[in-house]
Design a protein around this ligand. Structure first.
Ligand SMILES: Nc1ncnc2c1ncn2[C@@H]1O[C@H](COP(=O)(O)OP(=O)(O)OP(=O)(O)O)[C@@H](O)[C@H]1O
Length: 237
């Protein structure tokens, strides 16, 4: 039995608008508790790969498994529920719902997944208390918690997205350039909190960034160029 939280096998993914695959990955896995810094040139497919890991897109060939379950075995609605249960996802554009309050944005995964809500309730007395814990940990001022997310600065929204990813301590955190809108002090505080929260919860982390100064904070550094055959060989799929 494997302890992999994420397993990719024989993956081939091509955008419909392109003639050749942008990703060909034979074998890549992340074990439970692992923290991975994923890097590669701009346009090399890092964000595309994270979306495949999260089951937002499905590959034309091959499998992506999270905690043993292949995304392709499920319909879209089942994928949405499993994603909310198992994953915390911090997008490059942080994707908060602008009209929802900051606190309601953080609570979204718990609304979408009963197991995730239960996990949050094991840590705090109520879901609101859990959301507020992570907002305070991310240094979001209390007077902003009930405001619509669109009223916050870009850097604050990025930290709200991180609070949403961390609530209920999911098994896998996927982060796509989450520090791009943060100044140096906030970036260091953000990294400290993200990695210590994940360590306490035994969550694995896959973190994409162009900022090589952050790489040494992770157990492993992976170059997409090294694992993606589409970048090194003529397309075969
Ligand atoms: N929605 C889309 N439709 C068609 N092609 C896309 C789409 N999104 C990305 N691509 C293409 O897929 C390739 C990889 O893009 P991706 O955004 O995954 O790269 P990246 O490594 O994350 O880049 P960056 O570091 O600049 O964010 C590029 O050739 C891009 O044009």
């Amino acid at each position: 039995m494997t302890s992999a939280i994420l397993q990719i096998q024989q993956l081939s993914f091509r955008w419909p608008t392109q003639s050749t695959p942008c990703l060909l990955i034979d074998d890549f896995s992340v074990v439970k508790g692992d923290t991975v810094f994923l890097h590669g040139p701009s346009g090399s497919g890092k964000s595309t790969l994270l979306s495949l890991m999260a089951g937002v897109f499905l590959p034309q060939q091959g499998q992506v498994r999270v905690d043993g379950h292949a995304w392709s075995d499920w319909r879209a609605s089942a994928r949405d529920g499993y994603r909310a249960q198992k994953l915390g996802y911090i997008f490059q554009q942080f994707n908060l719902l602008p009209y929802l309050s900051v606190q309601d944005n953080v609570l979204l995964p718990c609304r979408l997944s009963a197991p995730r809500a239960q996990a949050a309730l094991q840590q705090h007395a109520s879901l609101d208390a859990s959301a507020q814990h992570w907002l305070a940990a991310m240094d979001i001022p209390q007077n902003a918690w009930q405001q619509p997310a669109r009223a916050l600065s870009v850097g604050q929204q990025q930290r709200v997205a991180a609070a949403r990813a961390l609530i209920g301590s999911p098994a896998l955190i996927i982060a796509d350039e989450p520090t791009s809108a943060l100044d140096e002090n906030r970036r260091d505080a953000f990294m400290d909190l993200l990695l210590s929260a994940c360590q306490q919860a035994h969550s694995s982390v896959i973190f994409v960034s162009h900022d090589q100064r952050l790489a040494s904070r992770f157990m492993r550094q992976v170059s997409l160029t090294d694992i993606n055959r589409a970048m090194t060989a003529p397309a075969t799929a």
